[in-house]
Design a binder for this molecule. Sequence first.
Ligand SMILES: Nc1nc2c(ncn2[C@@H]2O[C@H](COP(=O)(O)OP(=O)(O)OP(=O)(O)O)[C@@H](O)[C@H]2O)c(=O)[nH]1
Ligand SMILES: [Mg+2]
Length: 380
Amino acid sequence: MVWTSRICYRKYGNFVDNLRLYVKGGSGGMGLPRLGGQGGKGGDVWVVAKRGATLKGIKDKYPHKRFVGGVGQNSSIRALKGNKGEDQQIFAPLGIAVTTDDGKAIGELNAEGDQLLVARGGRGGSFHSSFLPSKGQAHHIRLDLKLIADIGLVGFPNAGKSSLLAALSHAKPQIADYPFTTLRPEIGKIMYDDHRQISVADLPGLIEGAHLNKGMGHKFLKHVERTKQLMLVVDVCGFQLSSKTPFRSAFEAVQLLTVELELYKEELLSKPALLVVNKMDLPDTEESFEELMDQLQNQKDYAHLLPEDMVPKNSLQFKHVVPVSAATGHGIEDLKVCIRQSLDEQAAMETEARHRQRLQELRGARPPPASPSLGSSRVM
Ligand SMILES: Nc1nc2c(ncn2[C@@H]2O[C@H](COP(=O)(O)OP(=O)(O)OP(=O)(O)O)[C@@H](O)[C@H]2O)c(=O)[nH]1
Ligand SMILES: [Mg+2]
């Protein structure tokens, strides 16, 4: 039996799982020595957890990545005690760790509305400071999406995700011939001979309409966000959830899984992804695999197979398409190599991007001016 993995080198997408921001509390307002007036405190900068927010959203909306609190009001004859400067809020997704630039933890955002103070506004001028105000705290912070694993398995029920995890790692997930065997993520570790470890999350099966919260819906999709790369798993023979639901071929399964990801959060499609075609030990699957490859390479020609609303607007760019049998172990070693290669490539690209950014900073690129809305408006 010869199944060869198909390797297609494509550009990595732009899923953002970490972000470095400059935050600065507003300066305090001037005191009024003559009348003992106290200037207002500068506005603080907060990071606030908001469902639906994304790091990419912050990056796109605020390309300068600078957040500055409002300046405290000066003390005046009309208002001896100046008002506080306006706070600045940065709305971030749930499941975020916030650290200083040198890695010191500031805190985590895990539930809707959780908030962290990341830059304190300066004190207003008062008797104790000879009526001179102080500047706000200023530094770089990092927002990191807390990852549950390097790779997340995405597939319809019964595709063999848990069997695959068992074949790749020492994990012993529950495996059964009925759908929805897996109800919560289970993490396994692939061990390589040189002691490298890569974690894989077995996730509950996805169903059509998951983006509308059907089945495990959002609970499932939330975990997909927290893995570096996606590994779609399809049964080469196709899939039928029950006698009342239509049969879906392997190609249709790929498209439907893509639609669910796309409708939940479009940017998930820009995560690096691999496709595993499972159950290749069953009879006549070589032909089905060839057909699937043809369909994947000529997706437009096969768009008519599904109703329009079930065809994704953008396709997932698979780094590798790997035929395997989780049952016999065939193709598993090949898959381990592909997984490692894909993650290494992503890490190299991220390192390069970081170096480029640092270099730019070292070359003394002046910090870009704050956008006019900063200090007075809300993020997103
Ligand atoms: N013939 C064959 N059967 C397989 C293979 N991989 C998995 N199966 C069978 O497919 C069924 C489903 O396997 P699971 O690993 O539980 O599938 P799953 O994707 O984790 O399913 P859910 O957790 O319900 O979403 C079980 O009966 C497995 O024995 C394979 O490579 N070949
Ligand atoms: Mg399972």
